[in-house]
Write a protein that binds this ligand. Structure first.
Ligand code: HEM
Length: 409
């Protein structure tokens, strides 16, 4: 980029930043450098939100008790508008810990956190290894595929099915549902629903997981549902367990798909990093560095629940706040040489999995998937090239991803 200051000043007249502007995702390093030269806490009228940009401002935001994650009031307003048929969908989403504050958040999170036992994690390693091999097996050098749809999309859905103990023969149905679930959440958030479809999908989830829970109560295994139903039901009711299962599926599928696809796209510009990954010498560090530079979660949303001053600004109750990880992860005050992709970076407190009480419960699983999948992919296909020009980054205020990643293996 020739003159970032001129380019960004033109893109954001009056300094009013729009995180959804395509340039932010296309040039995150230059954007971070430009924006961090100014106030680390800013008002964006375009996004109708406060932006917490520096590492310090964003981490303080993640730990701030006067910021709320609670969406239940917004859900209730929607039930009033849309009618009782939606009640169950919203009850399901009200069981999602990510949309709650303490003490409910803690009550919903604890049994699920506890269920990620060392034994469950060990089983997941085997599941990831087997699933990666299963997906790589039919592929040969020279094949042209869309890496995203052929590999990055199915891998996490299949691994989460294993995590939850969903039988293999149910996996296809399960994957279809995973896509439907994204529609439900999207429609609830945007108010743009195929109402009958959303209600029907909710019922299908509830009956599928209720049956699975009954089965696991009678035949416990080393899966997460078995752990939760056999130890957590004192704390969670049945719909909350179904809520937890659907949240794991939602939170762990598209995010991991996007991390894998975005990593492959990013690494095409860094052949030396690919050589290091292939050698196996950076297994302990490369996934976090890819999260830092190619992580799919760009900003997290909070609402101000108590008025206060922050960095010389007045935050009022109900204001929206974006904790901007894309910028914080490139803050030179925390990351030495932040524009350098260093897959051996030892000190890497990147924020791509969040921070504080809502810190991603699947972070270790996502790291495991990226480490195993990319290590094996690059060893198996050392000459992989992009099939055509590298895909454009999609503009979105809260995420950074690509639609597809065509490659020649
Ligand atoms: C690359 C993949 C992933 C990314 C980028 C990611 C990112 C995140 C982020 C940023 C949060 C914090 C939300 C907040 O502060 O409001 C979060 C929470 C969460 N994630 Fe992940 N995640 C990934 C994979 C997974 C996986 C594989 C699972 C489980 C199978 C998972 C389950 C969860 C859950 C349950 C929460 C809610 C935690 C809470 O609210 O206490 N995530 N994730």
């Amino acid at each position: 980029m020739s003159d970032p200051a001129a380019v960004f000043s033109d893109a954001f007249p009056g300094g009013d930043i729009d995180l959804g502007n395509r340039l932010v995702n296309a040039e995150p390093d230059a954007f971070a450098e430009w924006v961090l030269a100014g106030d680390p806490i800013r008002r964006s009228e375009r996004n109708r939100a406060w932006l917490l940009l520096s590492y310090k401002a964003a981490t303080e935001g993640f730990l701030e008790p006067r910021f709320s994650s609670d969406r239940t009031r917004a859900f209730k307003r929607q039930i009033e508008r849309r009618g009782d048929a939606f009640e169950r969908t919203y009850s399901l989403l009200a069981g999602w810990m990510v949309f709650r504050d303490p003490p409910t958040h803690t009550r919903l999170r604890e049994p699920v956190r506890r269920a990620f036992t060392p034994k469950v994690m060990e089983r997941l390693r085997t599941s990831v290894e087997d699933t990666v091999e299963e997906l790589l097996a039919p592929l040969s050098a020279g094949d042209r595929i869309d890496f995203k749809s052929a590999f990055a999309n199915p891998l996490p859905a299949l691994v989460i099915a294993d995590l939850l103990g969903v039988p293999r023969e149910e996996r296809v149905r399960f994957q279809v549902w995973s896509d439907r679930l994204a529609e439900i959440v999207f429609s609830v958030e945007t108010d743009d629903a195929d109402e009958a479809g959303v209600v029907a999908a909710t019922e299908e989830f509830v009956s599928f997981f209720t049956e699975l829970m009954d089965h696991r109560r009678r035949h416990p295994g080393e899966d997460l549902i078995s752990k939760v139903v056999n130890s957590g039901l004192d704390e969670l009711d049945e719909l909350e367990v179904v809520g937890a299962c659907t949240l794991l599926l939602f939170a762990g599928h598209e995010t991991t798909t996007n991390l894998l696809a975005s990593s492959v796209r990013t690494l095409f510009d860094h052949p030396d990093a690919v050589t290091q990954i292939r050698s196996g010498e950076v297994e302990a560090t490369f996934a976090d560095e890819l999260m830092r530079v190619a992580g799919p979660a760009k900003a997290m949303v909070r609402k101000v629940s108590e008025a206060h001053e922050r960095g010389g600004h007045r935050f009022s109750v109900g204001d929206t706040v974006f904790l901007v990880m894309l910028v914080a992860n490139r803050d030179p005050a925390t990351f030495a040489d932040p524009t350098r992709l260093d897959v051996a970076r030892a000190h890497n407190p990147q924020l791509g999995f969040g921070w504080g009480s809502h810190l991603c419960l699947g972070a270790n699983l996502a790291r495991l998937e990226a480490t195993i999948a990319l290590g094996r992919l690059y060893r198996r296909f050392p000459s992989m090239t992009p099939d055509g020009p590298l895909p454009a980054w999609r503009g979105n205020p809260l995420g950074r991803s690509i639609r597809e990643m065509p490659v020649v293996l």
